[in-house]
Design a protein around this ligand. Sequence first.
Ligand code: PLP
Length: 391
Amino acid sequence: MSTKQVYLDNAASTPVDKRVLKEILPFFGEKYGNASSVHSSGREGMEAIQKAREKIAKAINAEPEEIIFTSSGTESNNLLIKGFARAGLEKEKHILTQKTEHDAVLHPIEELAKQGFETRVLEVDREGFFQMEEFEKEAGRAGLASIMHANNEIGTIYPIKKIGKICREKGTVFHTDAVQTVGKEKINVKKMKIDALSASAHKFYGPKGAGFLYLKEGIKIEGLMSGGGQERKLRPGTYNTQGIVGMGKALEIANKEMNNAKEKEKKMQKELAKRLMEIDDSWINGPKIGSKRLANNLSAGFEYVEGEAMLIKLDDYGIAASTGSACSSDSLKASHVLLGIGLRPRRAHGTLRFSLGKQNNIQDVKYVGEKMKKVVGELRNISPLKKGVIK
Ligand code: PLP
């Protein structure tokens, strides 16, 4: 195993920031009371939770009462989509979404379709964008539109402000899965006319097992679980005090350091793209590097080689990357995102996602570029596709 370790899988999960860890630790130790208890140990937990709620609300320009704590981005998406449908979405009104959404949005919508709700999934172009005129037309018939802020595999940043404006005009509730952008891109739910937003702490240097749903005041959803009265009964269960406290601190830090982190990531992204594109028969998936693409994302494909094989070889060099979204890494099906933007299955299978983080530096990406040339070269030497044995 290599002594050098380069982690370029930050879209799957990020390391917990040391300042966050420091803030969390007392809640694993002496501050263990249940935050719903009336004694001082409990109240201490609740106070910390409310402070985290205020920090999170401030970070996206929401009100503290509009934040619902959950366990993850997946749970936030499910709670909003299914909870909104159950709270009385008229069956003749559509649920509108688009093809490159995360499975945590697409699958709940597919379940609702089986239950008789009308759904509409917009097609996308090579960069992952749908036609705005089509969206506008469909939004008029939709009760709920769920469009992600940025794509986790190919980095496409959707024009959320424009989408929010259209939805508000049409009276359609607008939900955005912002798991890849909270703490990385500026979000102002009021200005962007967002009615609901999902986020997850482990994507912005917070702990795993903590997420939140922003739900604009007045929007009605039904909880998916029954139990205690936590989070206005919308999300019952004992508070994950340490997770919530960590999430609040992590988002406060991420928002403060956002511009610097982004500048650094942009430089690394450019350098990595340059080095990878020096390899023959390679390409970049998704939008050009620039304002329509996340600064920490690079999805690149290599003809004649297979993604999983590249990952195994990269791992020997201490490099962590991924083929698609972390959630589908145990499935050998080609990514629905890559197929959705029109890649042939063979090309989709030859794609890797490199996602940068604040712990990476320019030396790391130079190292990855160098090792990728080696890995692709070695695999092509034994590739039946390259030799023409398999067409
Ligand atoms: N939505 C997007 C866009 C994601 O990238 C992810 C995770 O990769 C999720 C939802 C799921 O989030 P979580 O891992 O917190 O369940």
